[in-house]
Design a protein around this ligand. Structure first.
Ligand code: FNR
Length: 419
């Protein structure tokens, strides 16, 4: 038992977020689709990749910086788009943009953020990224792109893995989709009220709780629930690679396609004019049972890595995770849950401390695998004799150790079918 005075790891920030947030909000961040097997695999498969320690190689100079999309990054890490961020910490998206800027990494604003493009732009002094969901009303899409351009966004992230929405059982159980009895609504309200610091800081002082980017298109909506129905009806399941070609004509800056999980789709994205893909299964929130992101990263990188940049997200919880992803062919990674846990748990200073911790850990991992620059991180930093063969031929591989970030990996592993 330690004093636990200061959070150190991603898992610590998750614990703090759990204490501070009303249950339904914590579960919204933490949960995944259906039985959460892909969510667990995202984390567990990272941990199963053994690193190869190398010594006596003069690693006195180390440099994790990269350049991508015309930007200089302090390390190969960006903050992934998270919907409803401003429900977890007061005006969370402005805090994230500011913190990312101070550390020197990109922040990507979600279409369904609480803070609008314009509000984030006021808090930031450098361009941030914008993530777009294709809406049925292309007029709104054109308008959103024009607004993004007007506030200086250069990099557009187009998310393609939400043609329909996967069910998240935790959200259903918590009544996030409605359908609660009167007693259920009372219990929900009581839980919100019981989290007093959140209720005062975010619930009251953090208003308005609207989808900032969409508010002008849905003028009568005033709560996230009002927007939820509109957004669900606006998601366009008819989108194809042709739409990316069209988007390519509308957007002159870097275009990043997020949510690709196969070499075939990565090739199609490159063919449609994307500058990069993000290997992603939406943090295990869409189709449960698909492979982990890190499991698919080498195959996507082998397929298109020489034509476009391959990024990945899902399960990155540490600086050593960044090193593993780069070793398997990613140029950079994104984190989703960790940044919102840190903001929810400890605000801006929490996120700042977490990013510094991740950077320091990456630095140690680079030093002790004798890969002192991002470019020097190759498959040589991995101990392939110790890494499950599933990561070369990826499936839902079994981790040797349980996840250290608190996701329910151990329980799930027991349930997981052997593949
Ligand atoms: C997401 N993600 C997401 N992606 C996106 O393109 N637009 C969005 O609005 C959201 N919203 C969102 C909300 C929450 C609460 C989570 C956890 C995730 C997916 C996100 O960008 C990213 O792909 C995953 O979070 C990466 O996995 P990790 O880092 O959370 O394991």
């Amino acid at each position: 038992m330690t004093l636990n005075l200061l959070p150190a790891s991603t898992a610590d920030y998750r614990r703090l977020a759990k204490q501070r947030l009303p249950r339904a909000l914590f579960d919204y961040i933490d949960g995944g689709a259906y039985a959460e097997r892909t969510l667990a695999a995202n984390v567990a498969d990272f941990e199963a990749i053994a690193l190869k320690q190398r010594v006596m190689r003069d690693v006195s100079r180390r440099d994790a910086r990269i350049s991508l999309f015309g930007e200089d990054w302090a390390m190969p890490l960006a903050l992934a788009p998270i919907g409803l961020g401003g429900m977890m910490a007061r005006r969370a998206e402005t805090l994230a943009a500011r913190t990312a800027e101070k550390i020197g990494i990109p922040f990507c604003l979600s279409t369904v953020s609480i803070c609008s493009l314009e509000e984030v732009a006021k808090a930031a002094t450098k361009p941030f990224w914008f993530q777009l969901y294709m809406l049925k009303d292309r007029g709104h899409v054109r308008d959103l792109l024009a607004r993004a351009r007007a506030v200086g966004v250069k990099t557009l992230v187009f998310t393609v893995d939400l043609a329909v929405m996967g069910a998240r059982y935790r959200d259903m159980r918590n009544g996030m989709g409605g359908g609660l009895s009167r007693l259920g609504r009372l219990r929900l309200a009581a839980d919100y009220a019981a989290h007093l610091p959140w209720a005062y800081d975010v619930g009251i002082r953090g208003k308005p709780h609207v989808f900032g980017n969409l508010a002008s298109y849905v003028p009568r909506a005033s709560t996230p629930a009002d927007f939820g129905g509109w957004v669900a009806a606006q998601f366009d399941a008819s989108v194809t690679w042709k739409d990316i070609e069209e988007l390519r004509r509308w957007w002159e800056g870097p275009l990043v396609v997020k949510g690709v999980l196969s070499p075939e789709d990565a090739r199609a994205a490159a063919g449609a004019g994307a500058d990069a893909v993000i290997v992603s299964n939406h943090g295990g929130r869409q189709l449960d049972g698909v492979s982990s992101s890190i499991g698919m990263t080498p195959r996507v990188a082998d397929a298109v890595g020489d034509r476009i940049a391959v990024l990945m997200d899902g399960g990155v919880r540490s600086g050593a995770g960044i090193l593993r992803a780069l070793a398997l062919g990613a140029r950079a990674v994104l984190i989703g849950r960790p940044w919102i846990w840190a903001l929810a748990g400890r605000g801006e200073r929490g996120l700042s401390a977490l990013l510094k911790t991740i950077k320091a850990e990456l630095d140690v991992a680079m030093a002790l695998t004798a890969a002192p620059t991002a470019a020097a991180i190759t498959r040589d930093v991995l101990d392939v004799s110790e890494t499950p063969p599933g990561l070369a031929q990826p499936h839902l591989t079994l981790a040797k150790n349980g996840a250290s970030d608190g996701t329910r990996t151990r329980d799930l592993r027991r349930d997981r079918p052997t593949l």
